[in-house]
Design a protein around this ligand. Structure first.
Ligand code: RIB
Length: 299
């Protein structure tokens, strides 16, 4: 079982001619409300990729619709807690005509998860289970330590990368997932090869998945390094592309696929996500990915 302990956000997505500037009042070209949060997006990507997935997290009294969204995807939501004292997490997202985004977060209930709640939920899991984390909820360092103490495999996507991440027990991870900026922040190095080298020295037992947007992604573990390029796509909205990539990579990798195969499926799934608007709603199914993969086979 894959347990994703992560954020649930209400994403209010504005289509804008450009990102709003300091002091500017800008009329948007449209607005839509979507279920999002890196955690929930990754659970939907995992489920759509075919992995048996449970989501743990916290919403406020306003968040039942986000939990239902995960239910509709076949995600086990029995560990999504409701806290009546806080509002659910929220994100204000601007998307420009190039499909780029910028995101403003309010942690809300995601930031009110306690150690006691974590320990209670983790007591249902053990060494046959994989824990996926992002950096949008409280007590992430405790989660890593407590899950490892139970023998779980732990995967951490260090996004968004705050200064506190450097103090997390990253050497306990099986896989650390970063983009280039996050990788540079955590290793103190710049440039892909320098980041990969530094990560291998800092956390020798931890594999690194370094995502580079239009430049593809690297998977590195000990001496092994694998690069995957992107599949061409007409970019409409890049929101949740990273979440799709990770969900599809983990579903394949944890199911026994080689890193090469898992990277390829992940890259293809992400190329479909960027061609559609929205976060969770833009994530493809395994079947869509399989259909495109078949068209790529020689002969
Ligand atoms: O990765 C995209 C997600 O980041 C959005 O859905 C938003 O909620 C933020 O968590």
């Amino acid at each position: 079982m894959i347990l994703n302990f992560g954020s649930l956000n209400a994403d209010l997505v504005f289509s804008v001619p450009h990102f709003v500037r300091p002091g500017e009042t800008l009329a948007s070209d449209g607005v839509a409300l979507h279920a999002g949060g890196k955690g929930a997006n990754q659970s939907i990507a995992l489920a759509r990729a075919g992995a048996k997935t449970a989501h743990a997290g916290k919403i406020g009294p306003d968040g039942a619709w986000m939990k239902s969204r995960l239910d509709q995807e076949g995600v086990d939501t029995r560990h999504v807690l409701v806290d009546d004292r806080v509002l659910s997490g929220q994100a204000i997202i601007q998307v420009n005509p190039q499909g780029e985004n910028c995101i403003l977060l309010s942690a809300g209930a995601n930031g009110a998860i306690t150690r006691g709640e974590i320990d209670g939920i983790l007591s249902n899991y053990g060494r046959h289970d994989l824990l996926v984390l992002q950096n949008e909820i409280s007590e992430t360092a405790h989660l890593i330590e407590a899950a490892r103490a139970r023998g779980m495999v732990v995967v951490f996507n260090a996004a968004p990368c705050t200064p506190a991440v450097k103090s997390y027990p990253l050497s306990l991870l099986s896989l650390l997932v970063v983009n280039e900026t996050e990788g540079a922040d955590l290793t103190g190095e710049t440039g892909v090869q320098a980041i990969l080298d530094a990560a291998a020295k800092l956390w020798p037992e931890t594999a690194l998945l370094l995502t580079l947007g239009g430049e593809g992604a690297w998977f590195a573990h000990r001496q092994s390094r694998i690069h995957q390029g992107v599949f061409p796509a007409k970019v409409v909205d890049t929101t949740a592309a990273g979440d799709t990539f990770l969900g599809f990579f983990l579903a394949a990798w944890s199911g026994g696929a080689s890193p090469q195969e898992a990277l390829k499926r992940a890259a293809l799934a992400a190329s479909i996500t960027v061609s559609r608007p929205g976060a969770a709603d833009s994530i493809p199914t395994a079947r869509e990915v399989d259909d495109v993969l078949r068209t790529l086979l020689p002969g």
